[in-house]
Design a protein around this ligand. Sequence first.
Ligand SMILES: [Zn+2]
Length: 508
Amino acid sequence: MAAEEQIEFRVYNSMTHEKEIFKPKVPGKVSMYVCGVTAYDFSHLGHARAAVSFDILFRYLKHLGYEVTYVRNFTDVDDKIIKRANETGEDPLMLSKRFCNEYDVDMSGLQCERPSTEPCVSDHIEKIIEMIQQIIKNGYAYEVDGDVFYSVTEFPSYGMLSGQRLDHNRAGERVAVDTRKRHPADFALWKKAKPDEPRWPSPWGDGRPGWHIECSAMSACYLTHNFDIHGGGIDLIFPHHENEIAQSWAANKESNVSYWMHNGHVTNNNEKMSKSLGNFFTIRQITERYHPLALRHFLITAHYRSPLNYSISQLETSSDAIYYIFQTLQDCKDALSPLLQVDTERSENLPQINEAAKDCIKKLSVEFQTKMSDDLQTPVILNGALLEALKYVNSSLKLLKKKMQKRAQLQLVQSLLETEKEVRKVLDVLGLLSSQSYDEVLQQLKGKALTRADLEEVDVLHLIEERTQARKDKDFPKSDKIRTDLAAKGIALMDVGNETIWRPCIPS
Ligand SMILES: [Zn+2]
């Protein structure tokens, strides 16, 4: 579809506050740096949202044919890590390593592809020291008694990303000003070692890097001073990204990021969900009760820049949507596999797919291309032509069960195959397919539904038997009650022929 391939990809640039046509610095290649987590505890929904948002960008860029270098760091040297390690008596780097591994487990459950590189601060101290030396040499930082501070007043464009003005940023109004700083907003590039802290030798004595410098140093190390996309959560705009810009520019005047991209907050009762407010959920807490794919679906039901309010009912809806998607794909596989095996002449003389399938595929393909290319509008994709295509698959599967002429059957099979292919393509870019089989995912979704209902499958099967007996006894109030009670817990009973089966549902 040549016309659709010409649609330009537009992304919202936090620096210009505009959607801009995406043009990489090197044709065909994209370099992208995203700020990762400070690893000292299990990651929460806010981390999941950032990871999924940029995973979708990563996948879509690859779908557009770009070769993408995606760097996402781990902060393994930080005040919070040291504090936690002191509480638990663990070595700070070991504690951090442990939570980096837990983060990887969460990310793989959420179907986030691994970035090309995941550098840690502790492996890049040399690069960080080199950059600080360069910044001092260029006149933008100063050393005081083993600490090195960045001098914000030396950088005329300080505040260019966040719009924060220096006079609005007087640290002294809230906390005691470090009197050794030339300006209250000056920030640490290097911190002198305190007792019981991880430390590395440096030209300024033993110490460790400040937080902001790591991303300037590691992005330059892997992507050079000039790269395409820098991403992270919206709360990183100030001071983290503002300080990164100041540092990178001070080290190298050529440094430039083309697009700054930020994902919105996760909120709880419309208040920002954060560790400091204590109103957060870890990814693990959610995935104990909901399938990680349901969580991923939930995370992309809002546009990545909008706030996303945590909602059990939306998680139930997302869980139901994932079940519907996987059940449809499984049904399609079950129905088509035997037909494809017996038909040895399929490759020759295939009929054209029917008009309904043609319409579905075209609509889905156009909507996917236009909406994803308009700053990744995932909510539109989830609710629009994708659902229509799945409906088409389900209605065609019903039709396929009826008696029909061989040629008509062949056409329907071909129509189903091609619609399913388009559906899978879209789901793949959204990261909503799994490396596991459809059936495995369906079983896992049923398992989570049972957990939420606080039931074992054997309990449900027993209740099904009881209901069957009640119906035989014509005790309909009892049989209805069993069904209604289970539906209220998110377990739907369905009578298929002489059999009763169950599947998860949104609790009634
Ligand atoms: Zn960063």
